[in-house]
Ligand binder design. Structure first.
Ligand code: NOJ
Length: 566
């Protein structure tokens, strides 16, 4: 059962598990995951030990962007079930001690939301100003290819959509819009939800007059992107939201703002508890490092030190004020083990465990995306018909229209398509990975017969069991949640090392990022080899480390010592 008797910052010692409902578990055989499917599998989350379930959108939606285009914020889409099912899920999760955080998608609505239908009905509609309408488009491009403006024949103007043309942007300058959003949020809190993951919330404050960006048409990722991200009024809006929504709800909730383009300095402001904006943000720096000048599908090699430099700079930057969210992937990113680890079958499990060890012992709140705890991988896509995601499909359409062949695009799509993370959760080695009895809406990857929950839960040495240890560690060792962070060996090409300290207890995380063994500098192990207790190891080679100072490839070891009598 849930206790409400928690410190305000209870989420520092929590682990969040993200469910992408479409791909998690299908209870009715239509090939699409649903709420009853989630209820049936809550035991999996409880076994893992997670504290919070973040549910990607299940609201009523035309599903142009898999539910991130919402036409009714206060109802459940029939493909996922009913409001009663959602109430049942919240109650069932709470009964297992798991809080439920909903996705809050209020930078935009669906173009089928009644607010937009009314807004587009005439130039004099009372809701016209709830969205952005202009006679002439500016040069902003959409995140999903093409212009960010869509002409509307009936009223002869264009409306702004930073994402798909079926996702018109709400005008947050209009106080009526803000009040409508806050009322909806209060309604959900009263229904029992425990917080919100706020979709692209730092894009809600557009610059006055919507001036052109300095880059060419269709390129939102250059200067014009920085024009829409982190506008000064975002801070005001978030503070107002705290006052209008959360102030009357003293129970334990969590707010996390998804913020593409946020830097460390801004993130410290957004997450400074004294400013009362959000508890933590999702930043994008480490997941943008392998994008070239041509955008996310223009993949460039990424050496570990660059990844480490970025994440450790965030660690240090938010060490005094603010708080990190820790994630390797989610429903928008390729699978971590394929991207940052090694998905060759010989190394897959070890690298999955190594990545998890680093993430879960850093300072911040870790997020586990469904299937990461099994070491699920990217998908060997090879035909245009393999893709479902609007971003990938629009990209293929735009590039092939400009003369590229599908073959030219395949490497980028394989590496970065969001569909990599959206394949069905691999429950068993049986039909459709045990996800559905029907035809899955997106194919099950070929390795499901080997990589699945059935073969891991309760099995010593599995990726799942390693995650379970890491989650428990956070709950049991205050140093994981509360400790200071000290980056170590920052010039080493393959060793990721850092120390944590709190209240007389120290942890040392040492991880070999690659297949080659790594010799740990002797001075780093001084004082650890005697007193150290091995807390976790991903490949079982801690003895070799303590004896010879060598970490085998893709091994991560966490050592603990008591630095003074407590
Ligand atoms: C971020 C979400 O995570 C992504 O899936 C979605 O396409 C965009 N925001 C637009 O809502």
């Amino acid at each position: 059962m849930l206790t409400q008797d928690l410190p305000r910052d209870w989420w520092k010692s929590a682990v969040v598990y993200q469910i992408y409902p479409r791909s998690f578990a299908d209870s009715d055989g239509d090939g699409i995951g649903d709420l009853r499917g989630i209820i049936d599998h809550l035991g999996h989350l409880e076994a893992l030990g997670v504290d919070v379930l973040w549910l990607s959108p299940v609201y009523r939606s035309p599903q142009d962007d898999n539910g991130y285009d919402i036409s009714d914020y206060q109802d459940v889409d029939p493909i996922f079930g009913t409001l009663a099912d959602l109430d049942a899920l919240i109650a069932a999760a709470h009964a297992r001690g798991i809080r439920v955080v909903m996705d809050l998608v209020v930078n935009h609505t669906s173009d089928e939301h009644p607010w937009f239908v009314e807004s587009r009905s005439s130039r004099t509609s009372p809701r016209r100003d709830w969205y952005y309408w202009r006679d002439e488009p500016n040069n902003w491009g959409s995140f999903f290819s093409g212009s960010a403006w869509e002409p509307d024949e009936a009223t002869g103007q264009h409306y702004l959509h930073l994402f798909s043309r079926k996702q018109p942007d709400l005008n947050w300058e209009n106080p009526e819009v803000r009040e409508a959003v806050y009322a909806m949020m209060r309604w959900w809190l009263e229904r029992g939800v425990d917080g919100f993951r706020m979709d692209v919330i730092n894009l809600i404050d557009k610059p006055g007059g919507l001036p052109d960006g300095r880059v060419g048409p269709g390129d939102l990722w250059g200067d014009s992107f920085s024009m829409v991200a982190n506008g000064p009024r975002v801070h005001d809006h978030l503070r107002e939201m705290q006052d209008r929504v959360f102030a009357d709800h003293p129970h334990a909730f969590l707010t996390v703002g998804e913020m593409p383009g946020v830097g460390v300095g801004q993130a410290a402001l957004f997450t400074d508890p004294a400013r009362r904006e959000v508890d933590m943000v999702f930043q994008f720096e480490h997941v943008d490092l392998d994008s070239g000048p041509g955008g996310k599908f223009d993949v460039v090699p990424l050496a570990m030190p660059r990844l480490r430099e970025s994440l450790m700079r965030w660690q240090v930057g938010l060490a005094e004020v603010g708080w990190n969210s820790l994630y390797w992937d989610n429903h928008d990113q390729p699978r971590a083990v394929s991207r940052f680890g090694d998905d060759d079958e010989v190394w897959r499990e070890r690298s999955a465990k190594t990545l998890a060890t680093v993430l879960h012992t850093l300072r911040g709140t870790p997020y586990v995306y469904q299937g990461d705890e099994l070491g699920m991988t990217n998908v060997p896509f090879d035909s245009p018909s393999d893709f479902r995601d609007i971003e990938s499909l629009n990209y293929v359409r735009e590039q092939t229209a400009a003369g590229a062949s599908f073959g030219d695009l395949l490497a980028g799509l394989r590496a970065k398509s969001r569909d990599n993370a959206r394949t069905p959760m691999q429950w068993t080695g049986g039909l459709h990975a045990g996800f559905t009895t029907g035809e899955p809406w997106i194919p099950v990857p070929p390795n499901a017969s080997r990589v699945n929950a059935e073969s891991q839960v309760g099995v010593r040495g599995s990726v799942f069991e390693h995650y379970r240890v890491l989650v428990a560690l956070r709950h049991e060792e205050p140093v994981v949640a509360r400790g200071s962070i000290t980056p170590l060996a920052m010039d080493h090409p393959d060793l990721w090392a850092f120390g944590r300290a709190h209240d007389g207890v120290e942890l040392l995380t040492l991880a070999a990022f690659g297949r080659e063994p790594v010799t740990v500098p002797a001075e780093m192990l001084q004082g650890w080899t005697d007193a150290a207790a091995v807390v976790t190891t991903s490949a079982g080679a801690a003895t070799s480390l303590l004896g010879s100072g060598v970490l085998p490839g893709w091994e991560a070891v966490v050592l603990r010592r008591v630095s003074r009598a407590v």
